[in-house]
Design a protein around this ligand. Structure first.
Ligand SMILES: NC(=O)c1ccc[n+]([C@@H]2O[C@H](COP(=O)([O-])OP(=O)(O)OC[C@H]3O[C@@H](n4cnc5c(N)ncnc54)[C@H](OP(=O)(O)O)[C@@H]3O)[C@@H](O)[C@H]2O)c1
Length: 209
């Protein structure tokens, strides 16, 4: 199995769609309710594997799609199972009004999670990708960007390789601390897109690179 996705919400569906199309039969999907994972795969018409609880950590790369408040206790609960794995973190630490973050400028979701599970390599990705963008990650011929971060060079390389075939522009965005910027870009993106009346079909494309 190339990777496992945890959760069956909006982001899980988007990520499952692009990855299972790139790697038929090689992507696992785990839900706390097995039937939800089975029916999402069926609904999307994908060749992916609904995973039982005991198999949710069997792949080397695990992409969680939990909210920030939920992922902190979740990583602590599963610290042992996550040891030696790559955990891809997609969270933005929104407050209840989704207009600011619950953590300061001197840290990020990805760094907070990495601190909690030192035996796991945390990578950041998909932070600025709103769920509807997965349906068509191109706007006016311009592709949506994904910024991949991790403190370990090999881990970044592995995630870049995994994401290479999906229809996004994927960047090596350096160390986890860059998520202090990347995560906050989502706040700016949301504010500007809401003003323009185009939220949530919005993303970043860094021009000139
Ligand atoms: N929405 C966006 O456009 C967007 C964009 C970029 C980043 N993000 C980030 O992506 C994350 C998910 O967003 P979303 O919109 O996809 O949320 P969502 O639709 O509410 O999905 C969250 C999923 O998390 C799973 N989950 C919740 N608590 C869990 C637990 N304790 N253990 C295991 N699984 C649990 C649930 O799956 P099951 O019920 O199947 O277990 C649920 O489907 C958030 O952290 C958000 O900041 C979202």
């Amino acid at each position: 199995m190339k990777a496992t996705i945890i959760g069956t919400g909006r982001m899980a569906k988007g990520i499952l769609n692009v990855l299972a199309n790139a790697y038929p039969g090689e992507i696992g999907l785990y839900s706390r309710d097995f039937k939800k994972a089975e029916s999402l795969i069926k609904e999307c018409g994908l060749d992916a594997i609904a995973l039982k609880e005991k198999d949710q950590f069997s792949a080397g790369i695990i992409i969680h799609t939990l909210w920030y408040r939920d992922v902190l206790p979740w990583v602590k609960e599963h610290e042992e199972e996550l040891k030696g794995k790559i955990l891809v973190d997609i969270t933005n630490p929104f407050n209840d009004n989704y207009d600011d973050f619950v953590i300061g400028y001197d840290t990020s979701s990805a760094e907070e999670i990495q601190q909690l599970i030192p035996g796991t390599t945390v990578a950041g990705a998909f932070k600025n990708t709103y769920w509807v963008v997965f349906d068509n990650p191109e706007y006016g011929g311009i592709r949506s960007d994904i910024y991949v971060t991790a403190n370990d060079n090999l881990c970044r390389k592995k995630i870049m390789e995994l994401l290479h075939p999906i229809p996004f522009r994927v960047f090596d965005a350096g160390l986890l601390k860059n998520n202090r910027t990347i995560e906050r870009m989502t706040l700016l993106e949301k504010e500007l897109a809401t003003k323009a009346g185009n939220h949530p079909r919005v993303s970043f494309h860094l021009w000139g690179v």
